[in-house]
Design a protein around this ligand. Structure first.
Ligand code: G16
Length: 543
């Protein structure tokens, strides 16, 4: 089969964001666009030559075409073997696991995560390296710079692969192995969690519901929750992956998973419910009448982790992204373990995980995971919670109440101001940045600013540094306001305002978050003037 060199022009917009490259489908469908970016990866990561590459995606529109292109370019760029999830499906955490399991030199995951899909929707590429983590900032910077200079890419013509047939095919010196997308991942979960106890919890009447939102986790949830753990088939909803995710947005939060949230507030609610996103790395956790915020979920799982088989006697530390609430810090202090604060982006956890400094990590953006892979993992969080429910025998609401009575409650909300012009977003950010030096010791409605900073991070393992990762105004242990620009949007700029207020353990612990945070939201407006400067009365989304 002939390998060709094709002339291409540079695409200056191929700058990877928080997790890979994300654009509208139409942008990816431009001639040579995807090829250009992939060639840049092959050129900047030469260890792929002669090695294995894992390929999969979340099943969204354009997934199969993109996989075809990636395989044709892998042959032409000297990759020895590609391992592909059957039907082109692999969740991001399952891909991370496969990379580790097979000693692959990298992985391509075609997904735009929780963004909408379909011809009018979004598409994306995540590039992970050996060890299973996302490419670091230095490598993505190199890939971007190279993509701007690239003049030619290499591709093999006339390649036909059957993505639906499991097994090995040999093409032009390239071995193509199509694997069951669930099998290896399910085996890993069995090692970490007490399946026997969860099965027993279900047998004794524990009821659960999981909404895969018609995205990649459907086959995983059906196999693990239904076939292996014995939950009734109807426990998994939205379990069939669709190219447009059924027209919905697979964003597991209070807005996009509203039907599930509402069901959990009703009289017929099961004991536990959860949802995941397009590529299966995010999670939403609900108990009967209760939404567990991601920061609380991280804190509570950290507190119970030692009781789960895969983690007994080896909980070394916890890490959270900077905007995530400080609920986990309180648990770490009580357990006497390390607690790290990193910039937003799962890749910043990887060095800490590799070094064994932290065992569990989490982000406010509905991401939780551990050192079992190098990505956040939606179904892992679901199974961890089911295991906690099974070993404690307590309802989720009782566990949460007990936790808050012990540690206090970190009320948390994120307000998103979407699709702003870049100029307006920059104006809000620079106005706050300019004020930072004057904020300490100022008082706002009884809360005193103790610290204000433009968050910078020095990686404790490799010493790499990064600046401007969000503006933080801290009111001691009592509260924080954080402002940062999203790195995952595909339209205009999105500003995120994060509000965190810690209610002491003898305080009002059972209030709705919006109510508990209303005074802090008013202070945030006074300090940032985000509503005034953007001309938006309210954020587009508050989660
Ligand atoms: C990606 C990263 C996450 C990060 C999130 C933040 O998530 O993998 O680590 O927390 O983006 O997004 P933003 O920059 O918009 O706040 P995902 O699930 O979209 O791949």
């Amino acid at each position: 089969m002939p390998t060709r060199e094709v002339a291409t022009k540079p695409y200056p917009d191929q700058r990877p964001g928080t997790a890979g490259l994300r654009k509208k489908v139409a942008v990816f469908q431009q001639p040579h666009y995807l090829e250009n970016f992939l060639q840049s990866i092959f050129d900047c990561h030469p260890s792929l030559r002669g090695a294995s590459l894992v390929i999969g995606g979340d099943g969204r529109y354009h997934n199969r075409d993109a996989i075809g292109t990636a395989v044709a370019m892998a042959v032409a760029n000297g990759v020895a073997k590609v391992i592909i999830g059957q039907g082109g499906l692999l969740t991001t955490p399952a891909a991370s696991h496969l990379i580790r399991l097979r000693g692959a030199a990298g992985g391509l995951i075609f997904t735009a995560s929780h963004n909408p899909a379909g011809p009018e929707g979004d598409f994306g590429v995540k590039f992970n390296v050996a060890g299973g983590g996302q490419a670091d900032v230095a490598l993505t910077g190199k890939i971007h710079a190279h993509s701007r200079e690239l003049a030619r890419y290499r591709i093999c013509d006339g390649l036909e692969i059957d993505l639906d047939r499991r097994g090995t095919q040999q093409v032009e010196g390239l071995e193509i192995e199509v694997v069951d997308c669930v099998e290896d991942y399910a085996q890993l979960m069995q090692k970490l969690f007490d399946f026997e106890r969860i099965r027993d919890w279900i047998k004794r009447g524990g009821r659960l519901r999981f909404d895969a939102l018609h995205a990649a986790t459907g086959p995983y949830a059906r196999r693990i929750l239904v076939e292996m753990l014995g939950a009734p088939a109807a426990s998994v909803v939205g379990g069939v992956p669709l190219e447009d995710f059924g027209g919905g947005q697979p964003d597991p939060n209070l807005i996009h998973a509203k039907p599930l949230v509402e069901a959990m507030m009703g009289a017929e609610a099961p004991d536990f419910a959860a949802a995941s996103d397009g590529d299966g790395d995010r999670n939403l956790i609900l108990g009967r009448g209760l939404f567990v915020s991601p920061g609380d979920s991280l804190a509570m799982l950290t507190a119970h982790l030692d009781r789960l088989p895969g983690y007994r006697g080896r909980v070394h530390g916890v890490a959270r992204s900077m905007p995530t609430s400080r609920a986990a810090d309180a648990v770490a202090a009580a357990l006497g373990i390390e607690c790290q604060q990193t910039p937003t982006g799962w890749k910043f956890f990887c060095n800490l995980l590799d070094a064994g400094r932290v065992t569990i990590c989490g982000e406010e953006s509905f991401g939780t995971g551990s050192d079992h892979v190098r990505e956040k993992d939606g179904l892992w969080a679901v199974l961890a919670w089911l295991n906690v429910l099974a070993v404690t025998g307590k309802p989720l609401a009782a566990l949460a109440a007990g936790h808050w009575h012990r540690f206090g409650r970190h009320y948390f909300q994120r307000h998103d101001y979407e699709n702003l012009s870049a100029a307006v977003a920059a104006q809000v950010t620079s106005a706050l940045r300019a004020q930072l030096p004057d904020l300490p010791r100022r008082e706002f409605s009884g809360l005193q600013v103790t610290h204000a900073e433009d968050f910078a991070y020095v990686d404790p393992i490799d010493g790499s540094q990064i600046e401007h990762q969000g503006l933080v105004v801290t009111f001691g242990e009592a509260a924080r306001i954080v402002l940062r620009t999203s790195g995952t949007g595909t339209e205009g700029a999105t500003l995120r305002l994060y509000l965190e207020r810690c209610e002491p353990r003898d305080g009002a612990l059972e209030r709705p978050a919006a109510e508990a945070l209303a005074p802090l939201a008013a202070i945030a407006e006074q300090i940032t003037r985000i509503g005034e400067l953007t001309g938006r009365k309210n954020p587009n989304v508050a989660t």
